[in-house]
Design a binder for this molecule. Structure first.
Ligand SMILES: Cc1cc2nc3c(=O)[nH]c(=O)nc-3n(C[C@H](O)[C@H](O)[C@H](O)COP(=O)(O)OP(=O)(O)OC[C@H]3O[C@@H](n4cnc5c(N)ncnc54)[C@H](O)[C@@H]3O)c2cc1C
Length: 304
């Protein structure tokens, strides 16, 4: 039996693993893909203390490297359910079942789709949610970025390395992104804006995206604009279906916790983006991870 199983190997999960292993707990991390989570889809990170600038994949590697040294077991699998049997918990994947005293849910969040016509049809054929993964395919093209938050502006700036021009379409008349990113976007000749507007339809020639219908929400006027690619950053949804049976989520699927990362179920903790919280960032994910590992340790000391 494990002392703790951590589901997800993003910054929250990896930090929880590091702290739990250094407390001498028997730790496994169950991950369905490469370690790093959303960091793998992030271009330049400029707000992680200690680095003036680091790429997401590089920071992922740096966080992952020490885990093995401290005895963390890395398991591969898509967790489908967590069962709470009181004194012990079961973590289930398609072909395995693991018993553990505590569980730390670090499954993060995923991009929210726009849900407009053409989005699914042209997914991976001009529609993308990852500038780092796909930006280089759009060299010399005119691109549309949808959204007004940090991710939208950050990734729009990244896309200017490849694109001829990057247009940001936002439903409001001002951005939500941090001031430093806004200033950079306004100062960049390759970036322009369509304000008070939403995407109505993504159109193509059956092979790839060719244009986008955009509606001005104030006037109702719809205009068609030629773009070779559409990058969508309109928010996040929690990844928490595997804990649905535990009734620990709110209506939207986020997991509320107290300051010790305790969920409503004793011995089950939640950390990082999947948690109900205000600021979803690497720094806050890392802090959550450290706190949860300490709470799991204390829970085991008190109960076993
Ligand atoms: C484009 C973009 C740019 C960003 N830029 C910045 C930035 O500059 N600075 C910053 O601080 N933050 C940035 N962020 C936000 C930051 O990446 C997240 O806040 C952070 O990664 C959250 O960490 P996490 O560990 O909670 O979750 P995640 O990083 O989402 O990791 C969750 C992990 O859980 C795994 N998982 C999920 N479900 C299962 C399952 N059922 N079974 C097994 N494994 C599972 C996933 O595969 C994933 O690896 C950015 C995000 C994006 C998308």
């Amino acid at each position: 039996m494990y002392d703790t199983i951590i589901i997800g190997s993003g910054p929250a999960g990896m930090t929880a693993a590091l702290y739990a292993a250094r407390s001498n707990l028997k730790v496994a991390v169950l991950e369905q893909g490469a370690p790093g989570g959303q960091m793998n889809n992030t271009s330049d990170i400029e707000n992680y203390p200690g680095y003036e600038m680091i790429s997401g994949p590089e920071l992922s590697m740096k966080m992952h490297e020490p885990l093995e040294k401290f005895g963390v077991e890395n398991l591969y699998g898509i967790v489908s359910a967590v069962e709470d049997h009181g004194e012990f918990k079961k973590v289930l994947t398609e072909d395995a079942s693991y018993e553990t005293k505590t569980v730390i849910v670090a499954t993060g969040a995923k991009h929210r789709p726009l849900e407009v016509a053409g989005e699914e049809t042209y997914n991976s054929r001009g529609v993308s949610y990852c500038a780092v993964c796909d930006g280089a395919f759009f060299r010399g093209q005119d691109l549309l970025v949808v959204g007004g938050g940090d991710s939208a502006v950050e990734e729009a700036l990244f896309l200017t390395r490849f694109a001829n021009k990057v247009t940001i379409v936002h439903r409001r008349d001002e951005l939500r992104a941090q001031k430093v990113l806004q200033d950079r976007a306004f100062a960049n000749d390759k970036v322009d804006f369509i304000w008070d507007s939403v995407v109505k339809e993504i159109k193509g020639n059956d092979v790839k995206v060719t244009s986008v219908d955009i509606e001005n929400v104030k006037t109702g006027q719809v205009t068609n604009h030629e773009f070779g690619g559409v990058f969508i950053y309109v928010g996040l949804d929690p990844v928490s279906s595997m804990v649905e049976g535990l009734s620990i989520t709110d209506e939207a699927g986020w997991i509320p916790t107290d300051e010790h990362m305790n969920t409503k179920a004793a011995g089950i903790f939640a950390v990082g983006d999947v948690r109900q919280k205000d600021l979803r960032q690497i720094t806050t994910a890392v802090g959550d991870g450290a706190t949860a590992a300490q709470s799991a340790y204390q829970y085991i000391v008190n109960n076993f």
